[in-house]
Design a protein around this ligand. Structure first.
Ligand code: CMC
Length: 381
């Protein structure tokens, strides 16, 4: 018997993250500990290497992330050539596609293939790790660059010091962000960094299992993230909350949506049937950064109404949107943040797939006709 949506199917082994009894851990460390104690760069290193970096390793990594944020001219040109109405996740995919074609990336990819002779073990060389660092470091710059393209503005000169989140905020706003906002965004990226075998990570692993390069696998992940049942839910939540005038209107808005047979964005989860632990932390971040804003009590009222009617809890998207709106992001920029964090997890999973590869090629249960005739074209009705 097949399982629709592979629900409950254990499709691979992974040592990167786990969801057990409603708790999320990265390499054995509870996500809440990582958020409270760590930086996003440390978490990326942890996901890639399975251990925390030393001070020297962290410094080295931060330098490389910063230099990856200085985008090659061809990438900027590609982003500037996109229609301003391009959805952010499409722009990110285009930016990664352009990055893959720069001489530096092509050298990395071809040396992977030459040295490997398509043997997975040799793909463990340092090159895929370099690509991973490059992708994590470049994606915020791609998002910020396209944000300005869409708004018809030139890009601010990239700032090279500070955390990846601080550089991103600076690139978006054109001014040094308050440290508490940069820290909160860094923590949000940690929350997004990995989530076991979610749909986009699975897509990335399928591509990596053919021994295609890391850029191709990441583009597949970005395409998968775009759908409203996954990262596209961010935009849906945004529109839903924006459509509610005051917290007092939340319950009737929920009723109207449910009566129309719609799902409430930001609720429900394939794996968590109880609370999503990330939602609780996102709510804290939202309260810390934008406690006076209208959207937090509205989201709380929606959560109360959905729980009362469906017994469903908020997933990560409900309060992440409240948080990102409090940071004065717009809907498109908010959509990018999930990808900026998850890039760490995608690349970690791609590395893990390369390190112990077996082509992912499942079977399908055939439900078509047993035997059918080939009707000549002139006789078809
Ligand atoms: N609103 C209303 N009802 C819902 C919702 C929702 N958001 N989510 C699930 N349900 C209902 C569903 O209709 C079903 O009810 P019934 O048994 O009466 O038919 C029941 O809950 C079980 O749902 P399911 O279809 O078995 O759940 P699933 O595992 O296939 O879906 C999901 C998981 C995330 C796709 C779904 O909850 C959903 O569509 N949520 C809204 C979109 C969303 O917020 N996505 C972000 C997911 S978390 C971040 C990420 O990973 O991207």
């Amino acid at each position: 018997m097949s399982s629709r949506g592979l629900e409950g199917v254990v499709a691979t082994e992974s040592a990167i993250s786990a969801i057990t009894d409603g708790r999320l851990v990265y390499r054995g460390i509870p996500v809440e500990t990582a958020v409270n104690e760590g930086s996003f760069a440390e978490v990326a290193w942890l996901l890639w290497h399975g251990r925390l970096p030393t001070q020297a390793q962290l410094g080295h990594l931060e330098d490389h992330l910063a230099s990856a944020g200085e985008l090659p001219r061809d990438v900027v040109t590609r982003l500037r050539g996109l229609p301003p109405t391009t959805p952010m996740l499409v722009a990110l995919r285009e930016g990664v596609g352009a990055l893959a074609l720069t001489p530096q990336s092509l050298n990395l990819q071809s040396s992977n293939l030459q040295s490997s002779s398509l043997q997975s073990s040799s793909l463990q060389s340092s090159n895929p790790h370099s690509s991973a660092v490059r992708l994590v470091g470049a994606l915020p710059a791609i998002a910020a660059q396209f944000y300005h393209v869409a708004e018809g503005r030139p890009l601010f000169a990239p700032r090279v010091s500070g955390s990846l989140a601080a550089r991103f905020l600076h690139a978006v706003r054109g001014e040094v962000p308050p440290p508490q906002e940069a820290r909160a965004l860094d923590q949000a990226l940690i929350l997004y960094a990995d989530h076991e075998l979610n749909a986009s990570t699975f897509a990335a692993r399928v591509v990596a299992s053919t021994l295609a390069d890391m850029y191709s696998a990441v583009i597949a992940a970005l395409c998968t993230l775009k759908g409203p049942l996954h990262g596209g839910a961010t935009a849906e939540v945004w529109r839903f909350l924006a459509s509610i005038e005051s917290p007092a209107d939340a319950a009737s808005r929920v009723d109207a949506a449910l009566e129309a047979g719609q799902r409430i964005p930001g609720f429900g989860h394939r794996v968590y049937r109880g609370p999503d632990p990330r939602a609780l932390v996102f709510r804290q971040l939202a309260a810390r950064v934008g406690g006076q804003q209208r959207w937090l009590p509205t989201a709380d009222a929606v959560a109360e109404a959905v729980y009362a009617r469906k017994g469903l809890y908020p997933n990560t998207d409900l309060y992440s949107v409240v948080f990102l709106q409090a940071l004065e992001f717009d809907i498109e920029l908010a959509t990018a943040v999930f990808a900026l964090g998850r890039m760490a997890g995608w690349t970690a999973h791609i590395l893990e797939q390369y390190a112990n590869n077996r082509l992912i090629r499942p079977r399908a249960q055939y439900t078509g006709p047993e035997a059918a005739e080939w009707t000549p074209i002139g006789q078809r009705g």
